[in-house]
Design a protein around this ligand. Structure first.
Ligand code: NAD
Ligand code: TYD
Length: 355
């Protein structure tokens, strides 16, 4: 499928930034990228500020656009003959959704609805059009110590974040059945890597180690997450966009489960190695704090479908990915400092992390 005008929503966030770079590195992709992003606290325009120079092209367009405002989305569709949307934009942090669910309902549900309505107006019944919706495994709820989520697992979201994502997934699928708009959906486990906002576990802990601050572990640290390197998520999304069956959902995971406390211990060691400190140097900062409300115990996903149908596989091991990630954060202190001098500072001061 040769898309000429791919509209990315939320391209200034963590996965969106990585995906836009991934796209421009692909020889086979010769089209334009139109990025619409509201630039919330999590959207950093500096991530992509030099993207046209970096790739020696003029194929990147940015619009500061709020997807809860349907007329502004429409304006972008009037300017560009969009033939594919990859929808990343969302409020994405579970803790924030607990403290203030309203924005999650607006952006994740109403925003997705607005995009779908705009597509319904502009897609011209082209079977070559695609709306790819990026979602999370959190829509499936929480697992015990065994078992996996499958594409067929019934939805059972537990946080305002996951409930809002579940709702948006249902809307996207409804537009496939009702209006025949070609859609695909992917549900992925926890991503990690460069450009992740330092409120999420891995970058937050790296930042706190560098500042020699407490490393806050919720509850007993026994909750389990499955981790996928962001670049491998990007390669999977591209495979679906190219060859995924329309009307289908695909799961992505890292087959790489860790309790939070075990992950934190190896992260402490990796940062210590790269900072030339004693292996256990940062572990003394580990502090157990009040648990997250409704904290999902375990996420783990079966991703055989995307492996078998689309020949997707991961290329980065957890050891390699963690080393690269720590290296990136240590080499990009300015990126982190710029964030901290703005909204992130307020986030810490408001003490939302239930310390
Ligand atoms: P992020 O929070 O880093 O970035 C979200 C981006 O969306 C930001 O650039 C923000 O400015 C933008 N945005 C927010 N509200 C908007 C609005 N109303 N209009 C336009 N733009 C808006 O998130 P992320 O981690 O990059 O996640 C991207 C997508 O992937 C989300 O849909 C998320 O649910 C999904 N996902 C994330 C993970 C993960 O581990 N990070 C795992 C599975 C799925
Ligand atoms: P997070 O990165 O917020 O992702 P998600 O909630 O979407 O899985 O958190 C990952 C895990 O780490 C989760 O079980 C909560 C836990 N956690 C902590 O223990 N301390 C923290 O400071 C943060 C941000 C998360």
């Amino acid at each position: 499928m040769k898309y000429q005008n791919i509209l990315i929503t939320g391209g200034c966030g963590f996965i969106g930034t990585n995906f836009i770079n991934y796209l421009f590195n692909l020889k086979e992709f010769t089209g334009n990228v139109i990025n619409i992003d509201k630039l919330t606290y999590a959207g950093n325009p500096n991530n992509l500020i030099d993207i046209n120079e970096k790739y020696g092209n003029d194929r990147y367009f940015f619009y500061k656009t709020d997807i809860t405002d349907i007329s502004s989305i429409d304006t972008v569709f009037e300017k560009h003959a969009v033939d594919c949307i990859i929808h990343f934009a969302a409020e994405s942090h579970v803790d924030r959704s607990i403290h203030g669910p309203g924005e999650f309902i607006q952006t994740n549900i109403i925003g997705t609805f607005n995009l779908l309505e705009t597509v319904r107006k502009h897609w011209k019944n082209s079977k070559d059009f695609l709306f790819h919706h990026i979602s999370t495994d959190e829509v499936f709820g929480s697992l015990g110590n065994t078992g996996y989520f499958y594409e067929t697992t019934p939805y059972d979201p537990r946080s305002p974040y996951s409930a809002s994502k579940a709702s948006s997934d249902h809307l996207v699928m409804a537009y496939f059945y009702t209006y025949a708009i070609p859609i695909t959906i992917s549900n992925c486990t926890n991503n990690y890597g460069q450009y992740q906002f330092p409120e999420k576990l891995i970058p937050l802990m790296i930042n706190n180690m560098l500042e020699e601050k407490d490393l806050p572990v919720y509850g007993k640290g026994k909750n389990i997450r499955d981790w996928l390197y962001v670049q491998d998520h990007c390669s999977g999304i591209w495979k679906i966009v190219q060859n995924g069956r329309r009307g289908e959902t695909y799961n992505f995971g890292g087959e790489n489960e860790w309790t939070n406390i075990d992950l934190l211990n190896i992260l402490c060691e990796e940062v210590a190695i790269q900072k030339n400190k004693d292996k256990d140097y940062y572990k003394k900062l580990i502090t157990y704090v009040k648990d997250r409300a409704g904290h999902d115990h375990r996420y783990a996903i079966n991703c055989d479908k995307v492996k078998e149908e689309l020949n997707w596989k991961q290329s980065v091991t957890f050891n390699e990915g963690l080393t690269k990630t720590v290296k990136w954060y240590l080499s990009n202190i300015k990126w982190m400092n710029d964030i901290k001098s703005g909204q992130y500072k307020n986030w810490i001061e408001k003490n939302y992390c239930q310390r």
